[in-house]
Design a protein around this ligand. Structure first.
Ligand code: ZN
Length: 189
């Protein structure tokens, strides 16, 4: 089922997600729906908050992007990024493992808004997978960016919080407009 994506201005985007301790049938359904929703919107990642659920769950798939490479290391050895796609991360914890890199980002909760964001270029990731089993890997490139962007969502953080002051100031009128539209729509519900 394709779910509605909540936009900037919706309070759920600022909520820290609850940890998921058990993979219930509801969580399995949510994972499937989130993949369907992400694909329908041509996204690389989607966090539970973006479909109105404040839980520590995100789905990621970078395979459709061919012009921005990703890297993966499993047990210290280079591995095929596709081997862990599509990726489900539950209760993810991220540790920076490399120097900062700047790259373009967008967000399905911020239609038509894009900006360059500086983040660690390589990160170590520990999480549970869709079966509730612990997984860990090191990643770089687009995958590292996506994992960090989505994990931020799970903690109530948004990419506008990571923008430099000048970029954010330039986008402020668009952000204010989007927030106002979202709040107006919420008030009608
Ligand atoms: Zn986002």
């Amino acid at each position: 089922m394709i779910l509605e994506i909540v936009k900037y201005g919706h309070p759920v985007l600022r909520k820290k997600g609850e940890r998921i301790e058990t993979i219930t049938p509801e969580i399995k359904k949510l994972i499937a729906d989130m993949f369907e929703t992400m694909e329908a919107n041509h996204g690389v990642g989607l966090a539970a908050q973006q479909v109105g659920v404040a839980k520590q769950l995100t789905v990621i798939d970078v395979r459709a992007v061919t012009d921005r490479p990703s890297t993966l290391e499993l047990d210290g050895k280079p591995a095929d990024v596709a081997s862990i796609m599509p990726l489900v991360l539950i209760n993810p914890v991220i540790t920076p493992a490399g120097e900062a890199a700047t790259g373009g980002e967008g967000c399905l909760s911020f239609p038509e808004i894009f900006a360059d964001i500086s983040r660690p270029g390589t990160v170590d990731v520990q999480a549970l997978n869709a079966k509730g089993k612990p997984i860990s890997f090191r990643c770089g490139g687009l995958l590292a960016r996506a994992v960090q962007h989505e994990t931020d969502h799970l903690n109530g953080l948004l990419f506008i919080d990571r923008m430099d002051k000048k970029t954010k100031a330039e986008l402020q009128p668009e952000l204010d407009e989007l927030q106002a539209i979202t709040k107006k729509a919420l008030a009608k519900k």
